[in-house]
Design a protein around this ligand. Structure first.
Ligand SMILES: [Mg+2]
Length: 256
Protein backbone atom coordinates (compact mmCIF):
# COMPACT_ATOMS: atom_id res chain seq x y z
CA UNK A 1 0.00 0.00 0.00
CA UNK A 2 2.79 2.36 0.97
CA UNK A 3 4.57 1.49 -2.27
CA UNK A 4 1.46 2.12 -4.29
CA UNK A 5 1.07 5.52 -2.66
CA UNK A 6 4.69 6.31 -3.43
CA UNK A 7 4.27 5.32 -7.07
CA UNK A 8 1.06 7.33 -7.29
CA UNK A 9 2.65 10.50 -5.85
CA UNK A 10 5.65 10.03 -8.14
CA UNK A 11 3.32 9.91 -11.16
CA UNK A 12 1.42 13.01 -10.02
CA UNK A 13 4.63 14.93 -9.41
CA UNK A 14 6.29 14.01 -12.69
CA UNK A 15 2.99 14.65 -14.51
CA UNK A 16 2.71 18.21 -13.22
CA UNK A 17 6.44 18.80 -13.72
CA UNK A 18 5.99 17.72 -17.32
CA UNK A 19 3.05 20.06 -17.93
CA UNK A 20 4.96 22.95 -16.37
CA UNK A 21 8.00 22.20 -18.50
CA UNK A 22 5.92 21.92 -21.65
CA UNK A 23 4.02 25.17 -20.98
CA UNK A 24 7.34 26.88 -20.25
CA UNK A 25 8.91 25.48 -23.43
CA UNK A 26 5.90 26.73 -25.35
CA UNK A 27 6.35 30.28 -23.98
CA UNK A 28 10.13 30.23 -24.40
CA UNK A 29 9.76 29.50 -28.11
CA UNK A 30 7.22 32.31 -28.53
CA UNK A 31 9.57 34.80 -26.83
CA UNK A 32 12.62 33.47 -28.72
CA UNK A 33 10.83 33.95 -32.02
CA UNK A 34 9.72 37.47 -31.12
CA UNK A 35 13.08 38.58 -29.73
CA UNK A 36 15.59 36.84 -31.98
CA UNK A 37 14.03 36.07 -35.36
CA UNK A 38 15.15 38.72 -37.83
CA UNK A 39 12.02 37.65 -39.71
CA UNK A 40 9.94 39.37 -37.01
CA UNK A 41 11.96 42.56 -37.41
CA UNK A 42 11.49 42.31 -41.19
CA UNK A 43 7.71 41.87 -40.77
CA UNK A 44 7.54 44.89 -38.48
CA UNK A 45 9.52 47.04 -40.92
CA UNK A 46 7.41 45.72 -43.79
CA UNK A 47 4.24 46.69 -41.91
CA UNK A 48 5.42 50.26 -41.40
CA UNK A 49 6.69 50.53 -44.99
CA UNK A 50 3.18 49.53 -46.11
CA UNK A 51 1.69 52.02 -43.66
CA UNK A 52 3.67 54.84 -45.29
CA UNK A 53 2.56 53.86 -48.81
CA UNK A 54 -1.05 53.58 -47.62
CA UNK A 55 -0.95 56.91 -45.85
CA UNK A 56 0.53 58.68 -48.89
CA UNK A 57 -2.16 57.12 -51.08
CA UNK A 58 -4.96 58.12 -48.70
CA UNK A 59 -3.69 61.71 -48.47
CA UNK A 60 -3.78 62.00 -52.26
CA UNK A 61 -7.01 60.15 -53.00
CA UNK A 62 -9.36 60.60 -50.05
CA UNK A 63 -11.68 63.60 -50.08
CA UNK A 64 -11.06 65.95 -47.18
CA UNK A 65 -14.30 66.04 -45.22
CA UNK A 66 -12.75 65.84 -41.76
CA UNK A 67 -9.15 66.02 -40.47
CA UNK A 68 -7.17 62.83 -41.10
CA UNK A 69 -6.31 60.54 -38.21
CA UNK A 70 -4.45 57.30 -37.59
CA UNK A 71 -5.36 54.85 -34.82
CA UNK A 72 -2.47 52.94 -33.33
CA UNK A 73 -2.39 50.26 -30.68
CA UNK A 74 0.56 50.45 -28.26
CA UNK A 75 1.66 47.05 -26.92
CA UNK A 76 3.58 44.99 -29.49
CA UNK A 77 2.59 47.60 -32.10
CA UNK A 78 4.68 50.57 -30.90
CA UNK A 79 6.36 49.22 -27.77
CA UNK A 80 8.13 45.88 -27.29
CA UNK A 81 7.10 44.30 -23.98
CA UNK A 82 8.80 40.98 -24.64
CA UNK A 83 11.26 41.51 -21.72
CA UNK A 84 8.21 41.41 -19.43
CA UNK A 85 7.26 38.03 -20.93
CA UNK A 86 10.83 36.81 -20.47
CA UNK A 87 10.75 37.85 -16.80
CA UNK A 88 7.49 35.94 -16.32
CA UNK A 89 9.03 32.76 -17.68
CA UNK A 90 12.12 33.08 -15.53
CA UNK A 91 10.18 33.87 -12.35
CA UNK A 92 7.41 31.34 -12.97
CA UNK A 93 4.76 34.03 -12.60
CA UNK A 94 1.96 34.88 -14.98
CA UNK A 95 0.11 37.97 -16.15
CA UNK A 96 -1.02 40.30 -14.59
CA UNK A 97 1.67 39.79 -11.91
CA UNK A 98 4.47 42.31 -12.46
CA UNK A 99 2.75 44.04 -15.41
CA UNK A 100 2.02 47.28 -13.51
CA UNK A 101 5.65 47.42 -12.37
CA UNK A 102 6.88 46.87 -15.96
CA UNK A 103 4.65 49.69 -17.24
CA UNK A 104 5.88 52.00 -14.46
CA UNK A 105 9.50 51.34 -15.43
CA UNK A 106 8.70 52.91 -18.84
CA UNK A 107 11.74 51.29 -20.49
CA UNK A 108 10.13 49.37 -23.39
CA UNK A 109 12.01 49.85 -26.65
CA UNK A 110 10.09 50.79 -29.82
CA UNK A 111 8.97 48.27 -32.45
CA UNK A 112 11.21 48.70 -35.56
CA UNK A 113 9.80 51.20 -38.05
CA UNK A 114 7.16 52.62 -35.69
CA UNK A 115 8.89 55.82 -34.53
CA UNK A 116 9.92 56.77 -38.09
CA UNK A 117 6.44 56.15 -39.48
CA UNK A 118 4.55 58.09 -36.81
CA UNK A 119 6.95 61.02 -37.15
CA UNK A 120 6.28 60.94 -40.89
CA UNK A 121 2.51 61.03 -40.23
CA UNK A 122 3.09 63.89 -37.81
CA UNK A 123 4.99 65.86 -40.50
CA UNK A 124 1.94 65.33 -42.74
CA UNK A 125 -0.28 66.86 -40.01
CA UNK A 126 -2.17 63.63 -39.43
CA UNK A 127 -3.57 63.25 -35.90
CA UNK A 128 -2.42 60.15 -34.05
CA UNK A 129 -4.70 58.43 -31.51
CA UNK A 130 -3.05 55.95 -29.18
CA UNK A 131 -5.92 53.50 -28.61
CA UNK A 132 -4.75 50.99 -26.01
CA UNK A 133 -6.21 48.55 -23.50
CA UNK A 134 -3.75 49.75 -20.93
CA UNK A 135 -5.59 51.26 -17.96
CA UNK A 136 -6.25 55.00 -17.51
CA UNK A 137 -3.92 54.92 -14.47
CA UNK A 138 -1.11 53.81 -16.82
CA UNK A 139 -1.30 56.98 -18.96
CA UNK A 140 1.53 58.96 -17.25
CA UNK A 141 4.06 56.09 -17.34
CA UNK A 142 3.07 55.18 -20.90
CA UNK A 143 3.46 58.79 -22.05
CA UNK A 144 6.89 58.87 -20.41
CA UNK A 145 7.89 55.70 -22.28
CA UNK A 146 6.50 56.86 -25.65
CA UNK A 147 8.16 60.27 -25.35
CA UNK A 148 11.53 58.88 -24.29
CA UNK A 149 11.84 56.77 -27.46
CA UNK A 150 10.74 59.58 -29.80
CA UNK A 151 7.05 59.11 -30.61
CA UNK A 152 5.22 62.33 -31.62
CA UNK A 153 1.92 63.83 -30.39
CA UNK A 154 2.22 62.20 -26.99
CA UNK A 155 -0.59 64.24 -25.47
CA UNK A 156 -3.04 63.10 -22.80
CA UNK A 157 -5.96 64.06 -25.06
CA UNK A 158 -4.70 61.51 -27.63
CA UNK A 159 -4.26 58.63 -25.16
CA UNK A 160 -7.48 56.64 -25.57
CA UNK A 161 -7.06 53.94 -22.95
CA UNK A 162 -9.47 51.34 -21.58
CA UNK A 163 -12.08 52.56 -19.14
CA UNK A 164 -14.76 49.89 -18.89
CA UNK A 165 -14.90 47.58 -21.86
CA UNK A 166 -11.98 46.00 -23.64
CA UNK A 167 -13.63 46.30 -27.07
CA UNK A 168 -12.09 49.23 -28.90
CA UNK A 169 -15.10 49.75 -31.18
CA UNK A 170 -16.86 52.50 -29.13
CA UNK A 171 -13.55 54.39 -28.91
CA UNK A 172 -12.97 54.07 -32.68
CA UNK A 173 -16.53 55.26 -33.36
CA UNK A 174 -16.05 58.30 -31.14
CA UNK A 175 -12.83 59.27 -32.93
CA UNK A 176 -14.59 58.74 -36.27
CA UNK A 177 -17.19 61.38 -35.38
CA UNK A 178 -14.61 64.12 -35.79
CA UNK A 179 -11.86 62.55 -37.86
CA UNK A 180 -11.44 60.59 -41.05
CA UNK A 181 -9.61 57.43 -39.93
CA UNK A 182 -7.17 56.62 -42.71
CA UNK A 183 -5.24 53.79 -41.06
CA UNK A 184 -5.45 51.41 -38.11
CA UNK A 185 -2.28 49.69 -36.91
CA UNK A 186 -2.18 46.78 -34.47
CA UNK A 187 -0.91 43.32 -33.55
CA UNK A 188 -4.36 41.96 -32.67
CA UNK A 189 -7.32 41.73 -35.06
CA UNK A 190 -9.55 43.42 -32.47
CA UNK A 191 -7.42 46.54 -33.06
CA UNK A 192 -9.20 46.91 -36.42
CA UNK A 193 -12.87 45.94 -36.16
CA UNK A 194 -15.37 44.48 -33.69
CA UNK A 195 -16.08 41.80 -36.28
CA UNK A 196 -13.15 39.98 -34.60
CA UNK A 197 -14.17 40.54 -30.95
CA UNK A 198 -14.47 37.32 -28.93
CA UNK A 199 -14.67 35.06 -31.99
CA UNK A 200 -13.63 31.42 -32.39
CA UNK A 201 -10.57 30.28 -34.32
CA UNK A 202 -12.62 29.49 -37.44
CA UNK A 203 -14.77 32.64 -37.24
CA UNK A 204 -11.61 34.75 -37.01
CA UNK A 205 -10.24 32.96 -40.02
CA UNK A 206 -13.40 33.65 -42.02
CA UNK A 207 -13.53 37.30 -40.93
CA UNK A 208 -9.99 37.84 -42.22
CA UNK A 209 -11.04 36.27 -45.51
CA UNK A 210 -14.02 38.62 -45.69
CA UNK A 211 -11.89 41.71 -45.02
CA UNK A 212 -8.84 40.62 -47.01
CA UNK A 213 -8.70 43.74 -49.17
CA UNK A 214 -8.17 45.88 -46.03
CA UNK A 215 -4.89 44.26 -44.96
CA UNK A 216 -1.88 46.21 -46.15
CA UNK A 217 -4.15 49.12 -47.05
CA UNK A 218 -6.39 50.41 -44.25
CA UNK A 219 -5.41 47.76 -41.71
CA UNK A 220 -1.71 47.33 -40.93
CA UNK A 221 -1.01 44.08 -39.10
CA UNK A 222 2.04 43.33 -36.97
CA UNK A 223 3.20 39.91 -35.73
CA UNK A 224 2.79 38.82 -32.10
CA UNK A 225 3.75 35.30 -31.07
CA UNK A 226 3.65 36.19 -27.35
CA UNK A 227 -0.09 36.47 -26.67
CA UNK A 228 -3.28 37.83 -28.19
CA UNK A 229 -6.87 37.00 -29.03
CA UNK A 230 -5.48 34.24 -31.27
CA UNK A 231 -4.42 32.43 -28.09
CA UNK A 232 -7.69 33.12 -26.22
CA UNK A 233 -9.58 31.75 -29.23
CA UNK A 234 -7.35 28.66 -29.17
CA UNK A 235 -8.45 28.07 -25.53
CA UNK A 236 -12.08 28.72 -26.59
CA UNK A 237 -12.04 31.92 -24.48
CA UNK A 238 -11.85 29.79 -21.35
CA UNK A 239 -9.93 32.18 -19.07
CA UNK A 240 -10.05 29.72 -16.18
CA UNK A 241 -8.33 26.93 -18.13
CA UNK A 242 -5.47 25.26 -16.24
CA UNK A 243 -2.01 24.80 -17.79
CA UNK A 244 -2.87 21.15 -18.49
CA UNK A 245 -6.12 22.11 -20.24
CA UNK A 246 -4.33 24.77 -22.29
CA UNK A 247 -1.75 22.22 -23.32
CA UNK A 248 -4.60 19.91 -24.41
CA UNK A 249 -6.20 22.71 -26.47
CA UNK A 250 -2.87 23.39 -28.17
CA UNK A 251 -2.27 19.73 -29.03
CA UNK A 252 -5.83 19.30 -30.30
CA UNK A 253 -5.44 22.31 -32.59
CA UNK A 254 -2.53 20.75 -34.47
CA UNK A 255 -3.46 19.99 -38.07
CA UNK A 256 -1.85 16.80 -39.25
MG1 LIG B 1 -1.19 45.18 -28.90
Amino acid sequence: MKNLLLIFSFLVLTGSAFSQTSSKAYSVQAVNYFQTAAEVKALQIQAYNFAKVSLDFALITQPVTKPFAIIVDIDETLLDNSPYQARQILSGESYPKGWKEWVEEAIAIPIPGAVEFLNYADEKHVTIFYVSNRKIADIPATMKNLTSVGFPQVLESQMVFREKESSKEPRRKKIGENYSITLLIGDNLADFSDIFDGKSVSDRDQAVEKLKSEFGSRFIMLPNSLYGDWESALYQWNNAATEDEKSEFRLKALKK
